[in-house]
Design a protein around this ligand. Structure first.
Ligand code: SF4
Length: 279
């Protein structure tokens, strides 16, 4: 292996849920990244990082608050980070693996390396699934994914978090025009023939009113799939988990949207969404 692709496991933190582990890993140039592994009944999930740190400034994310971007991971580093877990957990094909680019970094800002690692992993470990979550920062790359990953079992998730432009700008300071983003995603769905998932972290007093739910329906229309995420507490953030979950979800469902509520595993070891740390 190329010396610079070498990534070593430095520590493993074990969640009390007994199925989640956070791997602290170290690059050849002494940078720290993290990777979360979850051993579900029907699948393994490896939630991996694509960058060391991130500068996009999302208010619900440790790395966004710190503005701590150091560098992109290379394709080999991304694959090594993942294969370290496959080896250490002795994954043997008994159930599918979901390779999920939802750890540290904005994957579309490291596009070529991510696609190269997905193709490598798909060849070496066939019949598994791939996913990526993006703020939608690069519309051009959203469309490119339809072509570049057309032979891979892949799901695209867009982190939305508000259907109001101004609120979204506040939560995700670097982003795209909302209408243009939605049109691009619909175009992606048409070309790829794959449904996109919209991700929405529900925050108390910020984006959780009935009016926010109505605007979400106005923006996306019915039949869209929304995953409502629980907010996981992160250092230096004064955001708080919403208390309006049931009403918000009912409003979306009444409008014909497909909704799922999701609590990320591993919040007790800072391994859940928004909590992983690069240094
Ligand atoms: S949520 Fe993702 S894109 Fe936003 S700051 Fe955190 S790592 Fe970057």
């Amino acid at each position: 292996m190329n010396e610079k692709a070498n990534i070593k496991i430095e520590d493993i933190k074990y969640s009390t849920d007994k199925i989640t582990r956070k791997y602290v890993q170290r690059t050849y140039d002494n940078l720290k990244i993290e990777t979360t592994y979850v051993d579900y009944i029907n699948k393994h999930i490896i939630c991996f990082s694509t960058q060391v740190g991130c500068n996009l400034g999302c208010k619900f994310c440790y790395n966004g608050i710190k503005h701590n971007f150091k560098r992109n991971l290379t394709a080999e580093e991304i694959s090594t980070q993942i294969e370290n877990i496959i080896k250490n957990e002795k994954l043997n094909g008994n159930k599918p693996i979901l390779f999920s680019a939802m750890g540290i970094g904005e994957p579309l800002l490291n596009y070529n390396n991510l696609v190269e690692s997905f193709r490598y992993l798909n060849n070496k470990y066939p019949n598994n699934k791939f996913a990526l979550a993006t703020t939608g920062i690069s519309l051009e790359h959203i469309l490119k994914l339809a072509e570049d990953l057309k032979n891979i079992n892949f799901k695209l998730t867009i982190s939305l978090h508000s259907a109001f432009q101004e609120k979204r700008n506040n939560l995700i300071p670097i982003n795209a025009d909302l209408r243009t983003l939605v049109n691009t995603v619909k175009e992606y769905e048409k070309i790829s023939n794959k449904q996109v998932e919209w991700n929405y972290v529900l925050l108390d007093g910020i984006n959780d009113t009935i009016n926010d739910a109505k605007e979400l329906f106005e923006l996306l229309g019915k039949n869209e799939f929304i995953k409502i995420n629980k907010f996981n507490k992160v250092e230096n953030s004064n955001l708080v988990e919403s208390k309006n979950l049931d009403l918000f979800i009912s409003e979306l469902k009444n409008n014909g949207m497909q909704v799922e509520y999701y609590e990320t595993n591993g919040s007790d070891i800072n391994g859940a969404c928004g909590q992983m740390i690069a240094e």
